[in-house]
Design a protein around this ligand. Sequence first.
Ligand SMILES: [Ca+2]
Ligand SMILES: [Ca+2]
Ligand SMILES: [Ca+2]
Ligand SMILES: [Ca+2]
Length: 198
Amino acid sequence: MKKIFLSTAIIFAAVAVVVGATGALFSDTEESNGNTFTAGSLDLIVNVDGSEMTSPVFDEDNLVPGSNGEKTFEISSTGVVACGVAEVTLTSDADNTCTEPESDDEENCGTDGDGELNDEMVFGIYAADGVTSLASGQFTGDGEYSLGELNNGTYVIKWELPEETNNSVQTDSFSGDLKITATQKTDEGCEPIGEIED
Ligand SMILES: [Ca+2]
Ligand SMILES: [Ca+2]
Ligand SMILES: [Ca+2]
Ligand SMILES: [Ca+2]
C-alpha cells in the first residue's frame, strides 16, 4: 500500500513538472491598439464675382444686339481630391409677344413655340485668362462640361448677343439652370476638360 502511495506521489510530481514547463515555452506578442477609421470630407465652394453663388447668377433684361457681359466663377473643393462637372439645362424658350418688326423678320412668331434669343446669343466658358476657351456656343439645349480636377480654378462665362442679330429676338426670353458638381476623383481620373459627349 505504501508503494502505491509513493507511485501516485511520483505521478503528481511528474504532472507538476509538465505544467510548470508550459509557462517556460518561447513566446512573443505584437499589439496595435486604438485603431480608428474616420471619413474624409468633400465640400464644394463656388464664388461668383467674389461672392457665394446664388440663384440666379444671370438676370439680364432689355438686351439688344451688341449686349454682352461676363461672370467670374471661382470653383474649389476642400477635403479629398475631386473632379468638377458643370451641367446646364434649358428650362424655357419663348417668343413672348410679337412686335411688328419681329413678325417681319420671323414668319412664325408666336406660333412656333420657340424663341430665337437663345439660338442667337453666344456663350463661352473660358479659363482664368479669359482667352483660353473650354467650350462655346449657343444655349440651345442641355449640356455637360468637365472642369477637370478642381484645384482652386477660376473660370469666366462670357455671353454676347451678336450685333448682326435681327428683330426675330425682340421680347424673346429663355431661362436655364446651372449645376456644378464635385465628385471624388477615382483611379479612372477626371473627364477631359470641355464638353462631355453622351
Ligand atoms: Ca422671336
Ligand atoms: Ca418676341
Ligand atoms: Ca419664334
Ligand atoms: Ca429657341
